[in-house]
Design a protein around this ligand. Structure first.
Ligand SMILES: [Zn+2]
Length: 181
């Protein structure tokens, strides 16, 4: 998996940095980043059980979960513009794309994209991002926290910014030009 930084940049690539829909800026950035990282909430039950990786890269990393997330946004935010619901789906998918494109060092490799219709795990044959080290299954919370602040992870974040930063800049520039026409 990429780091939360990589997932947040991917989410911002989906939405662009400027012009939140309908000018509702207040919660926009927080919601975009939350949608971009929501699939990794599957760490929470493991954290409560003292084994943070136990449920990671499970059903929350599937297209079905992306649909469920968008439906939840639609139900909880009934007053939100429909565009937000569609964007929440695409942002969630951007998380799956990021994880698919990242190196994975622990079996099962990749993510169960088609759960519950298939139990197969999918990963890119050519990883673009490094893995963001968060220990393995069975590693306790202290060990996971230790891994999170490793030099490797700092370099992994640097690679994500180097790859995704220019894409975000180009997308933002394109959107700004198009809106000025
Ligand atoms: Zn993930």
């Amino acid at each position: 998996m990429p780091s939360p930084v990589g997932h947040s940049i991917l989410a911002l690539i989906v939405t662009g940095l400027y012009r939140p829909p309908d000018g509702r800026k207040r919660w926009w950035l927080a919601l975009v980043i939350f949608a971009g990282c929501a699939a990794d909430l599957d760490f929470l039950p493991g954290i409560l059980m003292g084994d943070p990786n136990r449920f990671h890269h499970g059903p929350s990393h599937s297209i079905t979960a992306a649909l469920a997330f968008a439906i939840a946004v639609a139900v909880l935010g009934r007053r939100l513009p429909r565009r937000w619901v569609v964007l929440s789906f695409v942002i969630y998918l951007s998380h799956l794309l990021g994880d698919w494109l990242a190196a994975d060092t622990g079996a099962p490799f990749g993510i169960p994209l088609l759960w519950p219709f298939s139990s197969a795990y999918f990963t890119s044959p050519v990883p673009i991002f490094s893995y963001f080290d968060h220990g393995g299954t069975g590693a306790g919370l202290a060990s996971v926290i230790d891994q999170l602040f490793s030099l490797h992870n700092l370099l992994a974040i640097g690679l994500e910014i180097a790859v995704l930063g220019p894409v975000l800049w180009l997308v933002t520039r394109y959107r700004r030009r198009r809106s000025q026409r």
